[in-house]
Design a protein around this ligand. Structure first.
Ligand code: HEC
Ligand code: HEC
Length: 390
């Protein structure tokens, strides 16, 4: 209960201050009261009681113990101030960072509420860890090559989000450095609706900040960030998850005989670069109620990301090392990449935190082996590649 402890922190301080204030006010009140009473008693007896007419201590006494007492009192007060100010100053830093932590915890909590309200977790999974399926109506086009276009009710795989910062904003050290994920949330992407006001959604900047704080807080591997100070490019948690998924796929019937590059490509790249990939599997035809299998298109033939094949890639990255480093870093918004100086947007993630360089090399070799002619459909009608995404 971060919010509660924050409130408690404040109210403890506040109650101490109130008690102190009460004591001071009460003290003054008593002082004034007593003074007035004494003053009353004096009425009519000023002459007898006039202080300068009473007997006063002589110089001897005044300059001796009495003076020392007053001086000692002054020194004591000075000492208290000299101590209290630095102590206050020392605690102030902690108080502020405490307030900052509490502030960001509140932001995370607000983000969590927004995520439930705007159904992020419905599509991305309550734990954000596993891909879930979002119901969606799609025109899958002429995938069965009989030129007929199918409107289907299908489900669409949504990516895990607890590891989103291992793909996007891979260099971000704090929430302030996050730009790519912000853009995705604000403007949406394909099946994923826009949420920011600029993108036509309903959330203002503060609410988007809260959602990002929530995502940042949920990221896997955030614990081991503190422990290993070395610049190991792999985020251990994301890397371990990727390995586990690879092992499962490799052992499966579906991938028997498949190259590591193909398996890794399907696990990490196909959702954006292979037609219909996130919607693959059985789907309902809305009118007659029949079921149809949605088949993914040819490997790397392009979906949200452009088609990847030998021709396009050898032209774009004549040196395979440049290709590898592009996949490691991803594309940055408005930053050109490759020989043809393509302008990146925030769409292509960087994989250096998820995959080892060896894995990336395997994928890159697989991509560079894809044949452009395999990605094309023979007739004009069939060339009409469906737009799954819009
Ligand atoms: C209707 C289902 C749906 C909802 C609701 C939804 N998303 Fe998404 N989201 C998706 C899908 C699907 C993708 C992948 C887009 C694609 O396939 O092109 C995605 C992608 C993303 C990505 C990019 C991740 C990546 O690795 O590509 C982020 C970040 C994200 N969503 C955050 C959110 C947040 C935050 C919310 C709530 C405010 C939200 N999403 C609500 C379906 C949804
Ligand atoms: C979230 C969607 C997404 C995923 C996942 C993704 N890409 Fe991309 N990719 C893109 C987009 C979008 C572009 C176009 C560049 C841009 O818009 O920034 C792109 C561009 C590329 C390019 C440059 C090709 C060109 O013609 O510009 C290569 C190579 C590439 N991706 C390889 C990969 C590999 C390898 C993987 C998996 C390890 C992968 N991509 C995963 C979205 C994605």
């Amino acid at each position: 209960m971060p919010e509660l402890s924050y409130m408690l922190g404040v109210s403890t301080e506040r109650s101490i201050a109130i008690v102190l204030l009460a004591i001071v006010v009460l003290g003054w009140a008593i002082y004034v009261f007593v003074n007035i009473r004494q003053a009353k008693a004096e009425i009519g007896s000023e002459i007898a009681l006039a202080p300068n007419r009473g007997s006063l201590p002589d110089d001897e006494e005044l300059e001796g113990r009495r003076l020392e007492k007053v001086q000692a009192f002054g020194v004591l007060m000075l000492l208290i101030m000299a101590l209290v100010l630095p102590i206050y100053w020392m605690l102030e830093g902690g108080r502020r960072s405490g307030a900052e932590t509490a502030f960001s915890e509140q932001s995370v909590a607000r983000g969590e509420r927004l995520a439930a309200e705007y159904e992020c977790t419905d599509c991305h999974g309550a734990d954000l860890g596993g891909a879930r399926f979002a119901a969606v109506v799609l025109d899958i086009g002429n995938q069965v090559a009989d030129k007929e276009s199918f409107i289907i009710n299908t489900t669409w795989e949504a990516p895990s989000l607890d590891d989103v910062f291992t793909r996007f904003d891979t260099d971000a050290e704090t929430l302030d450095d996050v730009t790519e994920v912000r853009q995705i949330v604000v403007y949406g992407r394909g099946v994923m609706p826009a949420h920011g006001l600029e993108g036509g959604g309903q959330l203002n900047d503060q609410q988007i900040d809260d959602l990002l704080a929530w995502l940042w807080d949920a990221r896997i591997g955030k614990e081991d960030e503190a422990s290993d100070g070395d610049d190991d490019p792999l985020n251990e948690a994301a890397n371990a998850r990727a390995k586990a998924r690879f092992d499962v796929a490799k052992a499966s019937e579906e991938y028997s005989g498949a190259s590591d590059g193909k398996i890794l490509f399907d696990l990490h790249c196909a959702r954006c670069h292979t037609p219909r990939w996130p919607g693959r599997g059985p789907a309902q035809l809305p009118n007659n109620g029949g079921t149809i299998m949605v088949e993914p298109g040819p490997d790397g033939a392009g979906r949200y990301g452009p088609p990847l094949n030998q021709v396009s890639l050898e032209r774009l990255f004549p040196d395979i090392e440049d290709h590898i480093s592009f996949v490691s870093e991803g594309a940055a918004d408005d930053v050109p990449y490759g020989e043809r100086a393509r302008l990146g947007n925030y769409g292509m993630p960087g994989f250096k935190k998820v995959l080892s360089e060896e894995d990336i090399r395997k994928i890159v070799e697989f991509e560079r082996g894809l044949k452009a002619e395999d990605q094309m459909l023979p007739t004009f009608e069939e060339l009409h590649e469906p737009e799954d995404d819009e």
